[in-house]
Design a binder for this molecule. Structure first.
Ligand code: MRU
Length: 346
């Protein structure tokens, strides 16, 4: 199967598939500065937790490649400043800071090297982050696919597919691997208001992969479950707290409640880079609020009266009690999540 690559390093530049234009236009943008990378993350040119981590790692390299620093101390200071700048682009997905910290750690480990070599090492580290994400997603798919049998109905929210990661995705990876194994599933994709990642991205990439996908509006999920068409829900994550509480795209919490009411298993699929042991529970996860225009101009034209109050959180937190299992590259963990996460992270 052909997978679409949304983040690439090509000819000394960060090349991103502009995800805002999908599904009607497939266009890549070429970024050569750290501020262009920051803006691309902020504006959702690149989105999805692992993908913004990868873009930030390349962005950090762009931020220091022309550094004139002559000592490690001066170089490390610049690295730290650029890292903090990139981290400020979006607050919720921990993969962003995870990738930046991994880059800074790499530099610290090789502090004795000449600055030019250090810079080259950092580019290699950004490439390694992308490679390891691809491997993690593949492994998530292998574990997750074991949960599915042919003909099952699977509902997903937002886009946690190949577009959001190095390859395969997190929530969509088990669906792709199931297909590779000859296990055909019937997927329901929530459209995912207000930015429509489900309609624009999930429906697009699943359809391109030849997977049976049915697009529904978010408010149809209850009906589809009531009809008995959903055997499992699978979603990605932007940050999993130490107790298993999970931040993901706004609306995920509602889907978890619906799944509980209909006795349907609710799976979260995410790499270890999405687990944040330093965040004790969901109440400590920072939730990004985005521009009100995403809500008032949902379909390109104004769809709400001028001056109306708008609340636009980009994510919500699903309490761990509603999560049947978390699928990671190291295996599938279940409740009690506080201890299963602790064991997983050693
Ligand atoms: O605002 P977005 O599109 O970056 O939100 C993305 C999600 O919520 C995804 O489900 C999550 O990042 C997991 S991507 C593998």
């Amino acid at each position: 199967m052909e997978y679409i690559q949304s983040v690439k390093w090509e000819q000394d530049a960060l090349v991103l598939l502009d995800q805002r234009l999908l599904p009607t236009t497939v266009e890549y943008v070429r970024l050569e500065t750290v501020s262009e990378a920051w803006q691309a993350i902020k504006d959702l040119v690149v989105r999805g937790a692992p993908a913004i981590g990868m873009a930030a790692a390349y962005g950090l390299y762009l931020g220091i490649r022309d550094s004139k620093a002559e000592t490690y101390a001066a170089f490390a200071q610049e690295l730290d400043e650029q890292s903090a700048y990139l981290a400020s682009a979006r607050p919720t997905a921990v993969n962003l800071t995870w990738a930046l910290k991994r880059m800074e750690k790499k530099a610290a480990e090789h502090s004795e090297l000449p600055i030019a070599e250090l810079k080259a090492d950092l580019l290699q580290e950004a490439l390694a982050i992308q490679e390891s994400d691809e491997a993690a997603c593949r492994q998530i798919g292998e574990f997750g696919a074991d949960l599915f049998q042919a003909g099952m109905g699977v509902l997903t929210h937002c886009n946690a597919g190949g577009l959001a990661t190095g390859k395969y995705g997190t929530a969509l990876s088990p669906i792709y691997i199931a297909q590779e194994r000859g296990v055909a599933l019937k997927v329901f994709a929530d459209e995912t208001r207000p930015v429509l990642q489900g309609a624009r991205l999930t429906a697009y990439e699943l359809q391109a992969a030849g997977i049976d996908v049915t697009l529904i509006c978010d408010n149809m999920a209850a009906m589809v479950m009531k009809n008995g068409w959903v055997d499992a829900v699978i979603v990605g994550a932007d940050r999993i707290a130490a107790n298993g509480d999970t931040a993901n795209k706004i609306g995920t919490y509602g889907v978890a409640l619906l799944a509980k009411a209909h006795n349907i298993p609710f799976y979260v699929a995410a790499p270890l880079s999405t687990i944040d042991p330093d965040t004790p529970d969901g109440s400590a996860i920072p939730i990004e609020e985005r521009d009100e225009q995403e809500v008032t101009h949902g379909f390109g034209t104004r769809t709400a009266p001028e001056g109306v109050n708008v609340y636009n959180p980009a994510f919500d937190v699903t309490p761990h009690e509603y999560i049947t299992a978390i699928i990671t590259e190291k295996g599938i963990i279940r409740a009690p999540f506080a201890s299963s996460i602790r064991e997983l992270m050693v």
